[in-house]
Design a binder for this molecule. Structure first.
Ligand SMILES: [Zn+2]
Ligand SMILES: [Zn+2]
Length: 299
């Protein structure tokens, strides 16, 4: 009780700083990040351990309008962002490419296959994203990936899960594979962002009252065996060359992926070079097909 009063006082006296624009604001009470994640496994680092906070299932539970991704974003991000920034989220809207999910400039017409997918078909079946990689979502992903704001894993994971249930039948996927980092990068960063985004989907589904089969997440299927320079700042051709043959199947037991319908997960889809390269390796290893889900889509 005393702790709760103290916490209420603290909230009233010390406003929170918006992670996106830096301005001060009074944060919302309900924090989905307070939900205790499932036991960490060997793939998570010590930094990720800090993410474990007290298990609070708040009254916000079940109140999410899951068809409305911008509203979900607004609600999830309320403890971290000022009201102006929470409203700066751009969803991926039709018309978009029915394969790669690219948003067409023209806001008229139906979804169809884009010119690039016709010219050089992608190896994955479809790619979808939660939102456009701009403004608030860009700032939040930046905080999560580069500033070690691990507390964003839960709200961003929930956002990604919301996109998943909007775009897929949950029974149509057998296995979730996060895009791996090179071991050197993993050591530098301390965690794999894509893995943190999917590792608690079962808990998130419970929280949102959504029926969800416990789809296994396996970070050990793929390995990034070749060190690559950051893709940022590279053009399409350079990105393709840079990422070529960077991944390998790292399991000896191929039956783990044989015929499996795989959901490949990454944080940002820029040109699709990375996820396409991963798909190539997974299909070569026997996967049935590969779909791609990312938090954000660059435009
Ligand atoms: Zn702000
Ligand atoms: Zn396309």
């Amino acid at each position: 009780m005393l702790i709760r009063i103290a916490s209420a006082f603290k909230k009233a006296l010390f406003p929170t700083r918006c992670l996106a624009c830096g301005s001060f604001f009074h944060s919302a009470q309900h924090r989905i990040c307070d939900l205790k994640p499932r036991a960490m496994d060997a793939n998570s680092s010590n930094i990720a351990q800090e993410f474990i906070e007290k298990p609070v299932l708040t009254s916000a539970q079940g109140n999410y309008d899951l068809d409305n991704i911008p509203k979900v974003f607004e609600k999830l991000m309320a403890p971290f962002l000022c009201p102006t920034c929470t409203s700066g989220f751009l969803p991926v809207e039709s018309p978009k490419c029915s394969r790669c999910g690219m948003v067409f400039k023209s806001r008229q017409g139906e979804d169809h296959v884009c010119g690039e997918c016709l010219d050089s078909p992608k190896r994955f079946k479809i790619a979808r994203s939660s939102g456009i990689y701009k403004y608030t979502l860009m700032a939040v992903i930046h905080c999560f990936k580069y500033k070690g704001k691990i507390q964003l894993a839960r709200p961003l994971g929930t956002l990604l899960f919301t996109a998943f249930i909007n775009f897929w039948d949950t029974m149509s996927i057998d296995l979730i594979v996060p895009v791996p980092l090179h071991v050197k990068k993993l050591r530098m960063r301390g965690f794999n962002p894509s893995f943190l985004l999917v590792k608690d989907w079962v808990r998130i589904a419970e929280f949102l009252h959504v029926g969800f089969p416990d789809i296994p997440v396996d970070l050990n299927i793929l390995a990034r065996t070749r060190w690559t320079e950051p893709q940022t700042g590279l053009g399409r051709k350079e990105r393709l060359a840079n990422i070529k043959n960077a991944f390998n199947i790292s399991i000896s037991d191929g039956s783990k992926i044989t015929g499996k319908r795989i959901l490949l997960v990454d944080d940002v889809y820029t040109t699709g070079a990375t996820v396409n390269e991963c798909t190539k390796v997974l299909l070569k290893g026997g996967a049935g097909h590969v779909d791609v889900l990312t938090l954000a889509r660059a435009v």
